[in-house]
Structures are given as structure tokens and as C-alpha cells.
Design a protein around this ligand. Sequence first.
Ligand code: GLA
Length: 420
Amino acid sequence: MERRVIGFLVVLLQLVSCVGALSGNASNSGSLYAAFLLSNGIGRTPPMGWNSWNHFHCRIDEWTIKKTADALVSTGLAALGYKYVNIDDCWGEANRDSRGNLVARKSTFPSGIKALADYVHSKGMKLGIYSDAGYRTCSKTMPGSLGHEEQDARTFASWGVDYLKYDNCYHDGSSPQNRFARMSYALRKAGRPILYSICEWGEQNPATWAGTLGNSWRTGGDIQDKWESMTSAADQNDAWGRFAGPGRWNDPDMLEVGNGGMSIEEYRSHFSIWAIMKAPLLIGCDIKSASRAMLRILGNKEVIDVNQDPLGIQGRKIRSRADQEVWAVPLSGRRIGIVLWNRSWSRAPFTVSWRELGLAPSAPMLVRDLWLHKFVSTRQRYRLTAIVSPHACKMYVVSAQTQSLLETNGSQWSMPAFLP
Ligand code: GLA
């Protein structure tokens, strides 16, 4: 398709989304979004899976991808929802073939991507791949898709690919709105639902335009396996909270949990904040050799459930004082998710009143600790108090207290039956 036509479509989409936003009717603007360019109906909750980059960088091959798929199944992570097995940069030959097609690198992926997709599908999971809205990918080792969007989208669809991460290196200087729209259109034409992950690093405020084109967009540069990098990615992502929703997510980048650069408490904070922010949960460590402690973090079903809540509202920082932060999110069933995050170097007492959460100040609430897997006995029933260790967090779900909920069996969580 002509660049001019795509440019026009993008402007049209932006107008449409503005009208939706101005009308103040979220569901109406949501349906308008869905009716336009991408309209692939997937990613209604944040995508979950694994990606090769954070741990392996360019050192990938088909054995690693297959063994990772096996490990996702054997650890139980696949059953918890981690279904995308995503190959990042460096999977292709340096040049296209004589017909202009991308080809898998013979030395590392001798069976080809289709065979890998078949393998991953046979395990009940989905395969993701990577390309770039420029002439080379960021590693420079293989071609990008700029100018080949439709051909490459057809190739990915014919291989059975389910997810495309689309990067932003070595382009022609034209606007990302235009370049990322071209692939969006090509994917839609390719005839296979492919989750489209836009990796523009937040340079031109993609939250304001990428929701009409893709299922997720990066809100910042590359994460590193360090506390400072992780906290700053969280803050950058928080700024765009109101643009997220079912089918379109802010992406603060992939998880570093398990890569060794942070403490257990820091990784627990990383995972909790990504979950409450409705970030894609893409594991970035070597699952084959991950420790039990790391698997316990990544496999915390109660935290995952907050991330996958059907309302799809991004949690936000609602208070920040002296590096002590309160994050909160409305959840289905009129529940509220809360993270008390101590970003300081000293132990800190936290108090949150129901009023601060927008609840009736005297309502008796039931509080579930998602890391201790226990209901909290709140002596002071109209507020939540906790002491939080340095760089650690506490994560809770608060819901209205009723007889039906109190009757639940042991510490097993269930939705309050009385709420719509
Ligand atoms: C960029 C992306 C990363 C990764 C690398 C691969 O830096 O932001 O997530 O995909 O490219 O080269």
C-alpha cells in the first residue's frame, strides 16, 4: 500500500480515537479502536510468555528455543498462562534469498521457523518472532522489514507465527506512526491473528497513537538487570496508564527476574509492579536453569491473576513520599489490587486508609496478601498497615467482606459471590 494512503489512515485513526476519548465513553472508544486497523481480537489481557533477548541476546538456536518450551511446560509456567515463546533478534541469515524472503539462519535454526512453530504448537503454546521497521535489525545481523512489510507478514503467517515484536533500528527517518502502521496493515492482510508488539522505545509518545495499530508498545528504552533501570522503566510506563486497555498495553520491557542482577525482594517488587501495571509478562531468564525462588516469583498465580484481570485497567502510583509508594488498581468483582512499595533503603511503616482507595471509610473489607497467600487479619479494620523491608513490596487484593467470602475454604481465594 502507498505510504500516503497509510499516512492518511493513521491520521484518520488518531482523529477517531480523539473523538472517542473526548466523548468520555471508554467502551465506545474501545469499540472504535477495535473496528479499525489491527482489529485482530487478541491480547485482551496482557500477553504472557518468554523472550530470548534479556538472557541470551544473540546466542540463540533452535535447541534453546525448544528446551525453553519444554521447561515452560515442565515448570508449570505454561499452564499459568505463559504461552508465547518468543525469538528475538539474530534468528535470520544476513541477507534475503533470491526471491526477497527472510530466511532462518542455517547454522543455528537448521530446521527452519515453521518446524519450530509446529513444535511449540504441539506443546499447546505459541511462537513469537522479531523484525524491525528499518533496513537492518538492531543487532545489524539480519535484514529489517521496511519496504518488505507485506512479504514478511505473509512469511510469518505461513510459518505459523503468532506474535511479532517489531523494532525501530536503522530506518529511513520517516515517522514511526507511518512505519509501524505499514506492518500493522500487512499483518491484518496476512490472514492470521498475530499479536503485534511495537518496540519504538517510547520516543514519540506511542501510547497516544500505537493503540490503533498494535497490541502493545514499549514506553522506554531497554531494561537492564539493575534496580535503577527497573524502577525508572516502571515510572516511565506509569505516566501512560490511561491509554492501556484490553487489546492495547503499555510495555515497560521484558522481565529480568532470574537473571541475577537484583535481590529476591527487588525481583518480587519488579514482578508485582509489572503485574499491577498490566505490563506484558515476558520472562527474560533461562527457565531451564532458573532457581526455585525465581520460579516461585514468576509462578505466583495470585499476582498473575491481578495482571490478567478481565477489566484490563492499568494500575497507577497513587502516592509517593520519601520513596514509599502506594500503587492501586480497580479489579473485576469490585475488588482493588494494592502494592505497597518501599523504594528506600530503610524499613518503612505504611498505612493506607480505605478512603484513599476510594472506598467508603467505614466499610469492613477483606484483605488478601498475595505473597504470603493468606488473608490478613486487620485489627484496625478501616485501613491497611504494614512494615515493608527495603526495596521490597507487599501486594494485596481488598474486597468487601461478606458471609459468603468468609465461608471460603481455608486460605483458598474465590471471587466474592455477592458482587456482580
Ligand atoms: C532493541 C530492543 C531490544 C532487543 C534488541 C535486539 O534494543 O529494544 O528489546 O530486541 O533491540 O537487538
